[in-house]
Design a protein around this ligand. Structure first.
Ligand SMILES: *[C@@H]1O[C@H](CO)[C@@H](O)[C@H](O)[C@H]1NC(C)=O
Length: 395
Protein backbone atom coordinates (compact mmCIF):
# COMPACT_ATOMS: atom_id res chain seq x y z
CA UNK A 1 0.00 0.00 0.00
CA UNK A 2 1.41 3.37 -1.03
CA UNK A 3 0.98 6.50 1.02
CA UNK A 4 -1.59 7.89 -1.41
CA UNK A 5 -4.23 5.27 -0.57
CA UNK A 6 -4.39 6.25 3.09
CA UNK A 7 -6.25 9.49 2.63
CA UNK A 8 -9.20 8.07 0.59
CA UNK A 9 -9.55 5.32 3.17
CA UNK A 10 -10.02 7.82 5.96
CA UNK A 11 -12.32 9.93 3.83
CA UNK A 12 -14.54 6.93 3.13
CA UNK A 13 -14.43 5.81 6.71
CA UNK A 14 -15.53 9.28 7.78
CA UNK A 15 -18.35 9.37 5.22
CA UNK A 16 -19.58 5.88 6.11
CA UNK A 17 -19.21 6.66 9.79
CA UNK A 18 -21.32 9.80 9.48
CA UNK A 19 -24.01 7.97 7.51
CA UNK A 20 -23.99 5.22 10.12
CA UNK A 21 -24.35 7.66 12.95
CA UNK A 22 -26.95 9.79 11.19
CA UNK A 23 -29.22 6.87 10.29
CA UNK A 24 -28.30 4.54 13.14
CA UNK A 25 -29.28 1.44 11.05
CA UNK A 26 -28.91 -1.02 13.93
CA UNK A 27 -30.68 1.19 16.48
CA UNK A 28 -27.64 1.29 18.71
CA UNK A 29 -28.18 4.85 19.85
CA UNK A 30 -29.91 5.28 23.21
CA UNK A 31 -32.44 7.61 21.59
CA UNK A 32 -33.22 5.13 18.77
CA UNK A 33 -36.68 4.29 20.14
CA UNK A 34 -37.53 7.91 20.98
CA UNK A 35 -39.86 9.19 18.29
CA UNK A 36 -40.06 12.88 19.16
CA UNK A 37 -36.65 13.28 20.73
CA UNK A 38 -35.65 16.86 19.98
CA UNK A 39 -32.86 18.57 21.84
CA UNK A 40 -33.70 22.09 22.95
CA UNK A 41 -31.36 24.58 24.50
CA UNK A 42 -31.79 26.05 27.94
CA UNK A 43 -30.64 29.20 29.66
CA UNK A 44 -27.40 28.82 31.53
CA UNK A 45 -25.34 30.99 33.87
CA UNK A 46 -22.46 33.00 32.42
CA UNK A 47 -18.94 31.91 33.35
CA UNK A 48 -18.66 35.06 35.49
CA UNK A 49 -21.75 34.12 37.46
CA UNK A 50 -20.49 30.56 37.91
CA UNK A 51 -17.07 31.81 39.04
CA UNK A 52 -18.71 34.12 41.60
CA UNK A 53 -20.42 31.23 43.43
CA UNK A 54 -18.47 30.49 46.62
CA UNK A 55 -16.71 27.14 47.08
CA UNK A 56 -16.18 25.04 50.14
CA UNK A 57 -12.41 24.99 50.58
CA UNK A 58 -12.81 22.80 53.65
CA UNK A 59 -14.73 20.11 51.79
CA UNK A 60 -17.10 19.97 54.76
CA UNK A 61 -19.51 17.35 53.44
CA UNK A 62 -16.71 14.81 53.31
CA UNK A 63 -17.17 14.61 57.09
CA UNK A 64 -20.80 13.55 56.73
CA UNK A 65 -21.67 10.24 58.30
CA UNK A 66 -23.32 7.58 56.16
CA UNK A 67 -26.20 6.14 58.17
CA UNK A 68 -28.66 3.25 57.70
CA UNK A 69 -26.42 1.76 54.96
CA UNK A 70 -28.25 -1.03 53.12
CA UNK A 71 -31.46 -0.39 55.08
CA UNK A 72 -33.20 2.41 53.22
CA UNK A 73 -33.22 2.34 49.42
CA UNK A 74 -33.27 5.52 47.38
CA UNK A 75 -34.54 7.88 50.13
CA UNK A 76 -35.53 10.97 48.12
CA UNK A 77 -37.34 13.25 50.55
CA UNK A 78 -36.39 13.15 54.24
CA UNK A 79 -38.56 14.59 57.02
CA UNK A 80 -39.71 14.34 60.63
CA UNK A 81 -43.24 14.74 61.97
CA UNK A 82 -44.35 17.35 64.51
CA UNK A 83 -43.80 14.84 67.34
CA UNK A 84 -40.17 14.42 66.24
CA UNK A 85 -40.68 10.90 64.91
CA UNK A 86 -38.62 9.88 61.91
CA UNK A 87 -36.88 10.28 59.68
CA UNK A 88 -39.54 9.36 57.16
CA UNK A 89 -38.63 8.86 53.53
CA UNK A 90 -40.09 7.82 50.19
CA UNK A 91 -38.11 4.93 48.75
CA UNK A 92 -37.49 3.13 45.45
CA UNK A 93 -39.86 0.22 46.14
CA UNK A 94 -42.88 2.54 46.21
CA UNK A 95 -43.35 2.89 49.97
CA UNK A 96 -42.97 5.63 52.52
CA UNK A 97 -40.95 4.23 55.41
CA UNK A 98 -40.19 5.50 58.91
CA UNK A 99 -37.23 4.87 61.20
CA UNK A 100 -38.55 3.40 64.45
CA UNK A 101 -35.32 2.90 66.36
CA UNK A 102 -32.54 0.31 66.21
CA UNK A 103 -34.77 -2.62 67.16
CA UNK A 104 -37.55 -2.21 64.61
CA UNK A 105 -35.49 -0.39 62.00
CA UNK A 106 -37.24 1.11 58.95
CA UNK A 107 -40.92 0.24 59.04
CA UNK A 108 -43.50 0.65 56.28
CA UNK A 109 -45.60 3.75 56.95
CA UNK A 110 -47.57 4.24 53.74
CA UNK A 111 -48.08 2.70 50.33
CA UNK A 112 -49.40 4.25 47.15
CA UNK A 113 -50.92 1.13 45.51
CA UNK A 114 -53.21 -1.45 47.14
CA UNK A 115 -51.92 -4.46 45.24
CA UNK A 116 -48.21 -4.61 45.97
CA UNK A 117 -46.61 -7.91 44.97
CA UNK A 118 -43.08 -9.28 45.30
CA UNK A 119 -42.02 -7.46 42.13
CA UNK A 120 -42.12 -4.35 44.31
CA UNK A 121 -39.68 -5.71 46.91
CA UNK A 122 -36.70 -3.48 47.74
CA UNK A 123 -33.55 -4.04 45.73
CA UNK A 124 -29.96 -3.00 46.19
CA UNK A 125 -28.95 -0.96 44.25
CA UNK A 126 -32.27 0.88 44.49
CA UNK A 127 -32.13 1.72 40.77
CA UNK A 128 -33.04 -1.93 40.02
CA UNK A 129 -36.61 -1.06 41.10
CA UNK A 130 -36.85 1.30 38.13
CA UNK A 131 -38.43 -1.41 35.96
CA UNK A 132 -41.56 -1.69 38.11
CA UNK A 133 -41.92 1.84 39.41
CA UNK A 134 -44.95 2.46 37.23
CA UNK A 135 -46.86 -0.33 39.00
CA UNK A 136 -45.36 -0.09 42.50
CA UNK A 137 -45.18 3.71 42.66
CA UNK A 138 -42.29 6.02 43.46
CA UNK A 139 -42.93 8.51 46.28
CA UNK A 140 -40.77 11.60 45.88
CA UNK A 141 -41.59 14.86 47.70
CA UNK A 142 -43.18 14.48 51.15
CA UNK A 143 -44.72 17.08 53.51
CA UNK A 144 -46.88 16.97 56.61
CA UNK A 145 -49.67 19.51 57.07
CA UNK A 146 -50.45 20.98 60.49
CA UNK A 147 -52.93 18.17 61.20
CA UNK A 148 -50.24 15.51 60.75
CA UNK A 149 -51.55 14.30 57.41
CA UNK A 150 -48.80 13.32 54.99
CA UNK A 151 -48.91 14.57 51.41
CA UNK A 152 -46.98 12.58 48.83
CA UNK A 153 -45.90 13.44 45.31
CA UNK A 154 -45.74 10.07 43.63
CA UNK A 155 -43.92 10.20 40.30
CA UNK A 156 -46.55 7.93 38.68
CA UNK A 157 -49.79 8.36 40.61
CA UNK A 158 -49.95 12.10 41.23
CA UNK A 159 -50.57 14.00 44.45
CA UNK A 160 -51.66 11.73 47.32
CA UNK A 161 -52.55 12.03 50.99
CA UNK A 162 -52.41 9.64 53.93
CA UNK A 163 -53.57 10.13 57.54
CA UNK A 164 -51.27 10.52 60.55
CA UNK A 165 -51.29 6.74 61.11
CA UNK A 166 -50.22 5.94 57.55
CA UNK A 167 -51.59 3.09 55.42
CA UNK A 168 -52.79 3.27 51.83
CA UNK A 169 -52.60 6.81 50.48
CA UNK A 170 -55.52 8.26 48.50
CA UNK A 171 -55.08 10.10 45.22
CA UNK A 172 -56.06 13.78 45.43
CA UNK A 173 -55.31 14.67 41.83
CA UNK A 174 -53.61 13.11 38.85
CA UNK A 175 -54.39 15.55 36.07
CA UNK A 176 -54.51 19.26 35.33
CA UNK A 177 -56.24 21.06 32.48
CA UNK A 178 -57.02 17.77 30.80
CA UNK A 179 -53.45 16.56 30.86
CA UNK A 180 -52.28 13.69 33.07
CA UNK A 181 -49.64 14.38 35.66
CA UNK A 182 -46.82 12.25 34.31
CA UNK A 183 -44.01 12.94 36.76
CA UNK A 184 -45.27 14.51 39.98
CA UNK A 185 -42.21 15.49 41.94
CA UNK A 186 -42.35 17.81 44.95
CA UNK A 187 -44.74 19.96 46.97
CA UNK A 188 -45.26 22.42 49.78
CA UNK A 189 -48.39 23.35 51.71
CA UNK A 190 -49.55 26.90 52.45
CA UNK A 191 -51.25 27.90 55.73
CA UNK A 192 -54.74 27.62 54.23
CA UNK A 193 -54.03 24.06 53.05
CA UNK A 194 -53.39 24.96 49.40
CA UNK A 195 -50.79 22.66 47.89
CA UNK A 196 -48.20 23.88 45.43
CA UNK A 197 -46.42 21.17 43.45
CA UNK A 198 -44.43 20.28 40.36
CA UNK A 199 -44.96 17.89 37.47
CA UNK A 200 -41.45 17.59 36.06
CA UNK A 201 -42.47 16.43 32.60
CA UNK A 202 -45.52 15.38 30.64
CA UNK A 203 -43.24 13.82 28.02
CA UNK A 204 -41.03 11.39 29.94
CA UNK A 205 -41.86 9.41 33.09
CA UNK A 206 -39.45 9.43 36.01
CA UNK A 207 -37.81 6.19 34.86
CA UNK A 208 -36.55 8.18 31.86
CA UNK A 209 -35.69 11.40 33.68
CA UNK A 210 -32.27 11.32 32.05
CA UNK A 211 -33.86 11.66 28.59
CA UNK A 212 -35.72 14.69 29.80
CA UNK A 213 -32.42 16.17 30.99
CA UNK A 214 -30.57 15.30 27.76
CA UNK A 215 -33.32 16.76 25.65
CA UNK A 216 -33.87 19.88 27.82
CA UNK A 217 -37.54 19.47 26.99
CA UNK A 218 -39.94 22.01 28.41
CA UNK A 219 -43.16 20.22 29.27
CA UNK A 220 -42.73 20.67 33.03
CA UNK A 221 -45.45 22.45 35.02
CA UNK A 222 -45.90 24.16 38.37
CA UNK A 223 -49.36 23.61 39.82
CA UNK A 224 -51.74 24.32 42.66
CA UNK A 225 -54.26 22.00 44.28
CA UNK A 226 -57.14 23.56 46.22
CA UNK A 227 -58.37 21.07 48.84
CA UNK A 228 -61.73 22.88 49.18
CA UNK A 229 -62.73 22.85 45.52
CA UNK A 230 -60.47 19.90 44.61
CA UNK A 231 -59.37 21.88 41.54
CA UNK A 232 -55.90 21.56 40.10
CA UNK A 233 -54.62 24.68 38.33
CA UNK A 234 -51.52 25.16 36.20
CA UNK A 235 -49.58 28.21 37.44
CA UNK A 236 -46.47 28.00 35.23
CA UNK A 237 -46.03 26.06 31.99
CA UNK A 238 -43.04 25.24 29.79
CA UNK A 239 -40.54 24.71 32.57
CA UNK A 240 -37.46 22.58 31.98
CA UNK A 241 -37.64 19.93 34.69
CA UNK A 242 -39.27 21.77 37.60
CA UNK A 243 -38.43 19.86 40.75
CA UNK A 244 -38.15 20.95 44.42
CA UNK A 245 -40.76 23.32 45.90
CA UNK A 246 -40.60 25.32 49.13
CA UNK A 247 -42.62 28.23 50.52
CA UNK A 248 -40.68 31.15 52.03
CA UNK A 249 -40.87 31.62 55.80
CA UNK A 250 -43.10 34.70 55.48
CA UNK A 251 -45.29 32.90 52.90
CA UNK A 252 -44.84 35.72 50.38
CA UNK A 253 -43.27 33.56 47.67
CA UNK A 254 -42.41 30.02 46.62
CA UNK A 255 -39.01 28.81 45.47
CA UNK A 256 -38.98 26.22 42.71
CA UNK A 257 -35.89 24.37 41.50
CA UNK A 258 -35.76 24.24 37.70
CA UNK A 259 -33.38 21.34 37.41
CA UNK A 260 -32.45 21.36 33.73
CA UNK A 261 -31.68 25.07 33.81
CA UNK A 262 -29.68 24.74 37.02
CA UNK A 263 -31.40 27.53 38.90
CA UNK A 264 -34.07 28.52 41.39
CA UNK A 265 -37.03 30.57 40.28
CA UNK A 266 -39.58 32.24 42.51
CA UNK A 267 -43.33 32.49 42.22
CA UNK A 268 -44.93 35.36 44.14
CA UNK A 269 -47.91 34.62 46.39
CA UNK A 270 -48.29 38.09 47.86
CA UNK A 271 -47.55 41.71 47.02
CA UNK A 272 -47.62 43.60 43.71
CA UNK A 273 -46.04 40.70 41.80
CA UNK A 274 -48.45 38.04 43.15
CA UNK A 275 -49.16 35.39 40.52
CA UNK A 276 -45.99 36.10 38.53
CA UNK A 277 -42.61 34.39 38.54
CA UNK A 278 -39.01 35.40 37.97
CA UNK A 279 -35.46 34.09 37.97
CA UNK A 280 -34.13 33.83 41.55
CA UNK A 281 -30.66 32.21 41.86
CA UNK A 282 -28.14 30.57 39.54
CA UNK A 283 -26.67 27.34 40.88
CA UNK A 284 -23.39 25.57 40.06
CA UNK A 285 -25.25 22.40 39.08
CA UNK A 286 -28.56 20.61 38.84
CA UNK A 287 -30.81 20.94 41.89
CA UNK A 288 -33.31 18.47 43.28
CA UNK A 289 -35.31 19.41 46.40
CA UNK A 290 -35.30 22.74 48.24
CA UNK A 291 -36.29 23.14 51.89
CA UNK A 292 -36.83 26.24 54.06
CA UNK A 293 -35.13 26.11 57.47
CA UNK A 294 -36.26 27.81 60.69
CA UNK A 295 -34.25 30.95 59.95
CA UNK A 296 -36.00 31.29 56.61
CA UNK A 297 -33.01 30.28 54.49
CA UNK A 298 -33.28 27.63 51.78
CA UNK A 299 -31.22 24.44 51.63
CA UNK A 300 -30.74 23.28 48.05
CA UNK A 301 -29.48 19.78 47.24
CA UNK A 302 -27.61 19.30 43.97
CA UNK A 303 -27.72 16.00 42.12
CA UNK A 304 -24.49 16.86 40.33
CA UNK A 305 -22.50 19.83 39.12
CA UNK A 306 -22.76 21.31 35.65
CA UNK A 307 -19.76 20.14 33.66
CA UNK A 308 -18.06 21.72 30.68
CA UNK A 309 -19.41 19.21 28.14
CA UNK A 310 -22.98 19.83 29.21
CA UNK A 311 -22.33 23.54 29.07
CA UNK A 312 -20.83 23.47 25.57
CA UNK A 313 -23.37 21.08 24.08
CA UNK A 314 -26.24 23.11 25.50
CA UNK A 315 -25.20 25.96 23.20
CA UNK A 316 -25.36 23.72 20.11
CA UNK A 317 -28.56 21.66 20.23
CA UNK A 318 -28.06 20.36 16.66
CA UNK A 319 -24.60 19.06 17.49
CA UNK A 320 -25.92 17.53 20.68
CA UNK A 321 -28.76 15.82 18.84
CA UNK A 322 -26.23 14.29 16.38
CA UNK A 323 -23.92 13.32 19.23
CA UNK A 324 -26.75 11.45 20.94
CA UNK A 325 -27.10 9.28 17.85
CA UNK A 326 -23.72 7.71 18.58
CA UNK A 327 -23.96 4.16 19.89
CA UNK A 328 -23.22 5.11 23.51
CA UNK A 329 -25.03 3.52 26.41
CA UNK A 330 -27.08 5.71 28.78
CA UNK A 331 -24.51 4.93 31.49
CA UNK A 332 -21.70 6.31 29.39
CA UNK A 333 -23.78 9.34 28.44
CA UNK A 334 -24.52 9.88 32.11
CA UNK A 335 -20.83 9.95 32.97
CA UNK A 336 -20.15 12.30 30.04
CA UNK A 337 -22.87 14.79 30.95
CA UNK A 338 -23.08 14.43 34.72
CA UNK A 339 -19.37 13.99 35.36
CA UNK A 340 -17.82 12.51 38.47
CA UNK A 341 -19.72 12.34 41.75
CA UNK A 342 -19.42 15.60 43.64
CA UNK A 343 -21.62 16.19 46.68
CA UNK A 344 -22.92 19.78 46.87
CA UNK A 345 -25.50 21.58 48.98
CA UNK A 346 -26.13 25.31 49.17
CA UNK A 347 -27.79 27.59 51.67
CA UNK A 348 -29.55 30.52 50.03
CA UNK A 349 -31.05 33.52 51.84
CA UNK A 350 -34.60 34.75 51.27
CA UNK A 351 -33.00 37.59 49.27
CA UNK A 352 -31.43 35.09 46.90
CA UNK A 353 -27.86 35.37 48.16
CA UNK A 354 -25.83 32.17 48.36
CA UNK A 355 -24.82 32.16 52.03
CA UNK A 356 -22.96 28.90 52.24
CA UNK A 357 -21.81 26.06 50.01
CA UNK A 358 -20.84 22.69 51.43
CA UNK A 359 -19.12 20.12 49.26
CA UNK A 360 -17.71 16.64 49.13
CA UNK A 361 -15.63 17.02 46.01
CA UNK A 362 -14.98 13.36 45.43
CA UNK A 363 -18.37 12.24 46.68
CA UNK A 364 -16.80 10.03 49.33
CA UNK A 365 -19.53 10.57 51.96
CA UNK A 366 -22.22 12.71 50.37
CA UNK A 367 -23.12 12.75 46.69
CA UNK A 368 -26.10 12.59 44.29
CA UNK A 369 -28.09 14.55 46.86
CA UNK A 370 -31.88 14.77 46.58
CA UNK A 371 -32.72 16.75 49.69
CA UNK A 372 -31.14 18.51 52.64
CA UNK A 373 -33.43 18.67 55.66
CA UNK A 374 -32.27 20.72 58.63
CA UNK A 375 -33.52 19.18 61.88
CA UNK A 376 -32.32 19.67 65.48
CA UNK A 377 -28.95 21.10 64.49
CA UNK A 378 -28.19 18.48 61.87
CA UNK A 379 -28.47 18.26 58.11
CA UNK A 380 -30.13 15.05 56.91
CA UNK A 381 -29.38 14.24 53.30
CA UNK A 382 -31.28 11.83 51.09
CA UNK A 383 -30.40 10.46 47.68
CA UNK A 384 -32.86 9.06 45.17
CA UNK A 385 -30.31 6.50 43.95
CA UNK A 386 -28.28 5.47 47.04
CA UNK A 387 -29.09 2.92 49.79
CA UNK A 388 -28.47 5.21 52.77
CA UNK A 389 -28.79 8.69 54.25
CA UNK A 390 -25.93 11.03 55.10
CA UNK A 391 -25.96 13.22 58.24
CA UNK A 392 -23.73 16.04 59.42
CA UNK A 393 -23.87 18.60 62.23
CA UNK A 394 -25.16 21.88 60.84
CA UNK A 395 -22.01 23.52 59.49
C1 LIG B 1 -52.09 -3.75 40.39
O1 LIG B 1 -53.25 -3.66 39.57
C2 LIG B 1 -53.10 -2.86 38.41
C3 LIG B 1 -54.45 -2.74 37.75
O2 LIG B 1 -55.04 -3.99 37.54
C4 LIG B 1 -52.03 -3.51 37.50
O3 LIG B 1 -51.85 -2.74 36.33
C5 LIG B 1 -50.72 -3.59 38.28
O4 LIG B 1 -49.73 -4.24 37.51
C6 LIG B 1 -50.92 -4.34 39.60
N1 LIG B 1 -49.69 -4.20 40.41
C7 LIG B 1 -48.90 -5.19 40.76
C8 LIG B 1 -47.75 -4.85 41.62
O5 LIG B 1 -49.08 -6.34 40.42
Amino acid sequence: MGRVSVKPFFTWAAVLGSIFVAFDPFSLSPIAGEKDFKVLTSLQPSLEVLASIPRDEKNILKNAEIVYGGQVFGPESVLFDSRGRGPYSGVADGRVVRWEGPEKGWVEFATVVSNRTEICNPTNPPTANLKYEHVCGRPLGLRFNKHGELFICDAYFGLLKVGPEGGLAEVLTNEAEGEKLAFTNDLDIDDDGTIYFTDSSTKHPRSKFFYSMLESEDTGRFLKYDPKTKDTTVLIKKLQFPNGVTISKDHSFIVIAETRVGRLIRYWLKGPKAGTWEHFVWLPGFPDNVRTNEEGDFWVALHCKRNVIDRLMNGFPGVKQAFLKLPLSPNILYSIFAGKPHGTALKVSSEGKILQVVEDRKGESAKLLSEVEEHNGKLWMGSVVLPHLAVIDKP
